[in-house]
Design a protein around this ligand. Structure first.
Ligand code: C5P
Length: 234
């Protein structure tokens, strides 16, 4: 089966408070999106990478100049889920519904090739519907009321923080995202691909990320990402 990667990069990164969208902030000599793409291009057997951009993106040409011919672009949407849907439709115009897609946020520039390979191998070998990189929760968790008074401590056994990439078959993911989008499924908000699949009753596989896979959201994350990039070259 074919394999494509979708990189949602149409966000404005408002929590970053910078004048340019966070995926274009420089981390050393390259911007965040260039780092992210350079982590994804060596993944074996990738047919194409679709980057979803916002409509008025003037920064992409700087990335495109050095990009591989397997990198494509399409216009994203108002939410992350809409951007992923736009990327999926682009893929499905070019590849069969049984093709695998890895959805990976532009805002995770540190993802390691070894973790991605384990994700792909585990999904292939387990026969699971798909899978995601994730990390076990480290902090003690509290449940609070509306006044921030602690009601109880929540056991963190069996709790994981979802990361990306998230790997599913293109046709099945399209069905799941479209179903969730039309609000036909009640329950927990759909903030990643896996939750849309879970809403349809599927049980995606968790694969522990063993290397840092920081999501860059706030200004302090940029400092950490710059430092980590100098220590984790791959
Ligand atoms: O804002 P947040 O960090 O959660 O966004 C995650 C990823 O989704 C980022 O790479 C961002 O560029 C992308 N995104 C998108 N389209 C949107 C909003 C976010 O592609 N409308």
């Amino acid at each position: 089966d074919a394999m494509w990667i979708i990189v949602p990069a149409a966000g404005r990164g408002e929590r970053m408070g910078s004048d340019i969208p966070k995926q274009y902030v420089m981390l050393g000599e390259q911007c965040m999106l260039q780092h992210t793409l350079s982590r994804l291009l060596p993944v074996p057997d990738v047919d194409g990478i679709v980057v979803t951009l916002s409509e008025n993106d003037d920064h992409w040409p700087m990335v495109e100049a050095g990009a591989d011919e397997r990198v494509h672009t399409t216009i994203g949407g108002a939410t992350r889920a809409d951007s992923v849907l736009a990327g999926l439709r682009y893929v499905l115009d070019r590849a069969a519904p049984s093709s695998w897609v890895l959805v990976h946020d532009a805002a995770r520039p540190l993802v390691s090739l070894s973790d991605i390979r384990r994700l792909v191998d585990t999904v292939y070998n387990s026969g699971a519907i798909g899978g995601i990189l994730a990390t076990p929760v480290q902090d003690t968790l509290k449940s609070a009321d509306e006044y921030c008074c602690i009601e109880c401590t929540v056991s963190r056994n069996q709790l994981w923080q979802a990361q990306t990439p998230q790997m599913f078959r293109a046709g099945e993911l399209l069905e799941a995202l479209e179903t969730s989008r039309h609000g036909e499924v009640s329950g927990i908000p759909v903030t990643d691909e896996s939750s849309a699949m879970e809403n349809l009753g599927h049980e995606p596989q968790l694969v522990e990320a063993l290397q840092p896979n920081l999501k860059v959201t706030r200004p302090a994350d940029l400092l950490v990402a710059r430092l980590l990039l100098t220590h984790f070259a791959d």
